[in-house]
Structures are given as structure tokens and as C-alpha cells.
Design a protein around this ligand. Sequence first.
Ligand code: SAH
Length: 231
Amino acid sequence: MSFAASVLTLYPEMFPGALGLSLAGRALEAGTWSLQAIQIRDFASDKHRTVDDTPAGGGAGMVMRADVLAKAIDHASPPGDPRPRLLMSPRGKPLTQARVRALADGPGAVILCGRFEGVDQRLIEARGLEEVSVGDFILSGGEPAALVLLDAVVRLLPGVMGNAVSGEEESFENGLLEHPHYTRPQEFEGRPIPDVLISGNHKKIAEWRRAEAIKLTRERRPDLLASDPPR
Ligand code: SAH
């Protein structure tokens, strides 16, 4: 069964975007996953196709209307749709490789992309949206965040990555950042490849890589070691 993504957006032209190329693009063509980009404006009820209004309580910016978004979601994801409904949001739980893997193991995702100041809180509650953040910074809209999430998910779908092993050795998969990489030439601007990597001793190489991974993680992301001791 293929992974079915439905994206609700004011800019459907942004999809598949970067995901139409390379691994994800080939998998899309092969039917390993599908992508439906839905124009939220099609669910507005006035002739100006209005999707937003001024914030209750005052203040800057505009808020996306619950009633219009509910119609769009109910169209994309009728009752009984087993797919999780996500809202890209800087207030959400930060996206992790574990969540990405769980999504890739599931039937797909319905993804709402916010714009302006965000969406009416009642919509989030009424449609049980899971808020997902791609990092502690503010984007101008949820579309790039949705592309990031889908890219991470699609590469894990069966058959998408040529070499399945490389997926499992990557940063975060074992609670560590990945070791450094080298390739030819043997010497670059006076810097040689570390001797151990050309020793041909696979046990030593594995030990070196793991030690480097632990060192790097301790230096850059001690939080990873604290929350999830290396396996
Ligand atoms: N006023 C909001 C930010 C709105 S940004 C706040 O301060 O929390 C507009 C839209 O961009 C959001 O509704 C969301 O869909 C998207 N977005 C912005 N930053 C994001 C992030 N870090 N992760 C996921 N989505 C984000």
C-alpha cells in the first residue's frame, strides 16, 4: 500500500516542488507515494474566496477561519480516514526521526499548512490536529515545513532508498550524530584521510566511527545523550 499525502494549502503550486525531483520524485512517479495538494480557497463561501479574518481581541495580522478550514479538512479527510491530521506549527512538538519513521509506517498524512498568524484554535481542537514543528524559528507559511516532513518520510518508504543500510546508520537513528565521512582524493590541501579508514580493518573502522559519533554528539548535541543513551 502506498503512502497517501493530502496537503491543504493556499499555495498548491508549491507541491510537489522539490519532492518532484530525485529520489522522492521517482518514488512519486512509481506510485510508492501519492500527493494531493488541495486549495483551501476552494472551500470559502463568499465571492472573494476569503479564508482569513482579523484576530479576536485585536492585534496585528490575520487568522485562518475555522469554518473554511473545517470544510477543506472534511473534504480531504472524511470520517474514517485512518491518516493522522497534522498542522505545521512552530508551537508544535518538534519533528523527530522517530515520528518520521512512525508516519512512514502508516497509511499517509493529511497536512494543513498555516499562513498569516496561524489558524483558529477551535479548528485545531474540533478536528484533532497534531501540531508539528520543524524547528525553533518562524517560517512565513507551513508549506516549506510540510515539504521537509514529507521528504523525511518518503525516503524511508520501502524501495525509495537504494541502499537500505545507509538509512539505519544515519544521524539520530541510534541516538547519535553520524561520524564524519571521507572519500578520494587520499590527500586534500595537505589533509590526509584518517589512517584507520584505509587500514582495511573493519572492526577498527567500526570502533573509530562509533567513537567519533559519540565525541561529536557530546560536543554538539549533549541533549541527545541525556535523553537517549547510545545503543
Ligand atoms: N504567529 C505564529 C507564527 C505564524 S507563521 C506564532 O508566533 O506562533 C505562519 C505559518 O507558518 C504557521 O501557521 C505554520 O503553519 C507555519 N510555520 C511557521 N514556522 C513553522 C515551524 N517552525 N514549523 C512548522 N510550521 C511553521
